[in-house]
Design a protein around this ligand. Structure first.
Ligand SMILES: *[C@@H]1O[C@H](CO)[C@@H](O)[C@H](O)[C@H]1NC(C)=O
Ligand SMILES: *[C@@H]1O[C@H](CO)[C@@H](O)[C@H](O)[C@H]1NC(C)=O
Ligand SMILES: *[C@@H]1O[C@H](CO)[C@@H](O)[C@H](O)[C@H]1NC(C)=O
Ligand SMILES: *[C@@H]1O[C@H](CO)[C@@H](O)[C@H](O)[C@H]1NC(C)=O
Length: 264
């Protein structure tokens, strides 16, 4: 015998399905628009057309890139000064890679049983380039956005135009560590290893500032979030410190060493 559902039964089932739909992730609060509101949409750098990616020494020393270099340093300084709780802050973006080992946007990162969270990055596998390329694009884009803010603060129209052109040429520099160091210099560029840098601001004032490429202070918010592998780029040695590797307090990363202090 075939049982046909009554109209009333069909209506009841439909009502249930509808209520499931309205309570489902397809509700207005989960619309594409709503979901994208809170997200950062990453697009390729198109300002200025195709630009040459420079070695960091070239960017620093070639007079043609003087303003580009200055914008990079000043923009990085601002990016690093952003509130660590902001997803697109220097700290937040560093956490997408791992170190600080924090979850980004509420998504737990992978765990290896050694750490409960181990970042999201892919190393030692085929996904290395596919993962790191968009990651660096994000880092580059956020610094570029800070550079545009700096340019927009310039009041003199001619000066502003010159620096706006410089911003359009900005692309994240690389450090070619396989290149022979210039005579009398260490392989580690001084612009990374020096505590202070001399900068000429758009208003013409030259000042020595704390080098934003030199260090970063992490505010530790939990007992295990910032365990780190110590890396000494001067000797290129890498040590995995033995446990306990995690301390509360503040951690300062310098280019030549990592300093952990237990005072908060
Ligand atoms: C860097 O600047 C700070 C503040 O002016 C100063 O105390 C420090 O000695 C400078 N470092 C070097 C290596 O010159
Ligand atoms: C130029 O800008 C810098 C950074 O904002 C500031 O410290 C300096 O006092 C300014 N110089 C003049 C002459 O306004
Ligand atoms: C960077 O290092 C200098 C010199 O050791 C220190 O004065 C400064 O507070 C450090 N800055 C950060 C952000 O850690
Ligand atoms: C760090 O602080 C957290 C929260 O206050 C605590 O649970 C944890 O045991 C501390 N870790 C260490 C290594 O002291």
């Amino acid at each position: 015998m075939v049982v046909f559902p009554s109209i009333a039964a069909v209506a009841a089932v439909s009502a249930t399905l509808l209520s499931l739909v309205s309570g489902s992730p397809i509700g207005p609060e989960n619309s594409i628009e709503a979901r994208q509101n809170n997200y950062y949409v990453l697009q390729a750098m198109t300002d200025g057309g195709v630009q040459t990616r420079l070695d960091i020494r070239e960017m620093e020393r070639n007079p043609a890139y003087k303003e580009v270099w200055t914008l990079f340093i000043l923009a990085l300084e601002r990016f690093k000064a952003m509130d660590q709780q902001t997803k697109t802050s220097f700290y937040g973006v560093a956490g997408i890679h791992g170190r600080p080992y924090v979850s980004w946007d509420g998504i737990p990162s992978w765990s290896d049983g050694w750490e409960s969270q181990y970042g999201y990055c892919h190393h030692g596998g085929q996904l290395f380039a596919m993962w790191h390329r968009p990651y660096l694009m994000l880092y580059e884009k956020l610094i570029y956005e800070q550079a545009l803010t700096i340019v927009n603060e310039i009041t003199d129209t001619n000066v502003k135009a010159k620096w706006r052109t410089a911003a359009s040429k900005f692309r994240l520099p690389y450090w070619d560590w396989a290149m022979k160091a210039p005579s009398g210099e260490h392989i580690m560029p001084t612009s990374i290893a020096d505590e202070n840098l001399s900068i000429t601001y758009p208003n013409g004032t030259t000042k020595s500032i704390a080098n934003p490429l030199y260090n970063y202070s992490i505010l530790m918010t939990s007992g295990r979030a910032h365990c780190a592998i110590l890396r000494d780029p001067i000797t290129t040695s890498m040590q995995r410190p033995t446990k306990p590797r995690c301390t509360n307090g503040s951690m300062r990363v310098e280019t030549s060493r990592l300093v952990v202090s237990t005072e908060s």
